[in-house]
Design a protein. Structure first.
Length: 279
């Protein structure tokens, strides 16, 4: 029997899971590491059995996917690692040119919902590779960055630019919690391989618990290769980032899907189908 193929978006926001995978939690799994845009595509095209994906991907392909319960990437307010960096205040944005990172999908939709819903802005969006060293190209007014790049900018803000945390903006606009990523399984895999699905769920769920129990070791393991202090990552990895997919977070996710549908960013509002696993 082949091992389940599991995708892993290796951002700092899942460092507890990354650390646990490196310390034996990946036993019995074939792990593929990549950025959201790549793994989103791989799970939809059956090159993976289970993966963490941008939450908007589930909405676009919900007929083919089921959600693993109890795990997600979420916040209740500030996220620190999804930033709009702008040459002018967010209230003044209208039809400006905004560059979107090529690494994500949920953040694109989140920005469009916030700018239109909260500020009445309908900018011109372009997807392009951008770096934290040169966050806004000369021909643009603002840029959206995510992940470790955005987290670095969050801690190294230039006085002549404006920075907007999209988790904070979402909370201000809706009063809801926000789910950025889900762990999903191909429905066909889930139906045909319930024992393997249970194995993957147990591995991921317990790996998060183990990683959080060893949070200090996990953070210290990346300090030599990441441009952050221990204190910055200790704050980021809880209380800022949360990983429990509770009913309150599912409610925030439904609100996100409702607003995305209103703006024609998704074709339909999906039912959130949880995988049938023992919890």
């Amino acid at each position: 029997m082949t091992c389940p193929r599991v995708g892993h978006i290796n951002f700092l926001n899942v460092l507890p899971l990354t650390w646990s995978y490196a310390h034996g939690a990946d036993q019995g799994l074939t792990i593929t590491r990549g950025v959201p845009a790549v793994l989103n595509n791989d799970i939809v095209n059956h090159r993976l059995d289970v993966s963490n994906v941008s939450s908007i991907i589930y909405a676009r392909d919900s007929e083919e996917l089921v959600v693993l319960p109890d795990v997600c990437v979420s916040t209740d307010g500030d996220v620190q690692s999804i930033l709009l960096v702008s040459r002018k205040p967010i209230d003044d944005l209208r039809d400006d040119k905004i560059i979107l990172t090529a690494k994500s999908a949920t953040s694109h939709c989140l920005l469009k919902i916030i700018l239109r819903g909260a500020y009445g802005a309908i900018p011109n969006y372009y997807v392009r590779h951008i770096t934290p060293e040169d966050p806004i190209p000369e021909d643009a007014t603002a840029s959206l960055l995510i992940g470790d790049d955005a987290l670095w900018l969050y801690h190294h803000q230039q006085p002549d630019l404006y920075y907007y945390d999209l988790g904070s903006e979402w909370k201000k606009m809706t009063g809801k919690k926000m789910v950025y990523a889900l762990w999903v399984a191909n429905q066909e895999f889930a139906e045909q391989n319930p024992a393997m699905l249970q194995l993957v769920y147990d591995r991921i769920h317990h790996a998060f618990q183990h990683g959080l129990e060893h949070k200090r070791e996990a953070i210290e393991s990346v300090l030599a290769t990441k441009p952050f202090t221990y204190e910055q990552l200790d704050d980021y990895l809880g209380p800022t980032i949360r990983w429990n997919l509770t009913e309150e977070y599912i409610d925030g996710l439904r609100t996100f899907y409702d607003l995305a549908h209103q703006m024609n960013l998704i074709e339909h509002i999906p039912e959130i189908k949880l995988a049938n696993v023992r919890r």
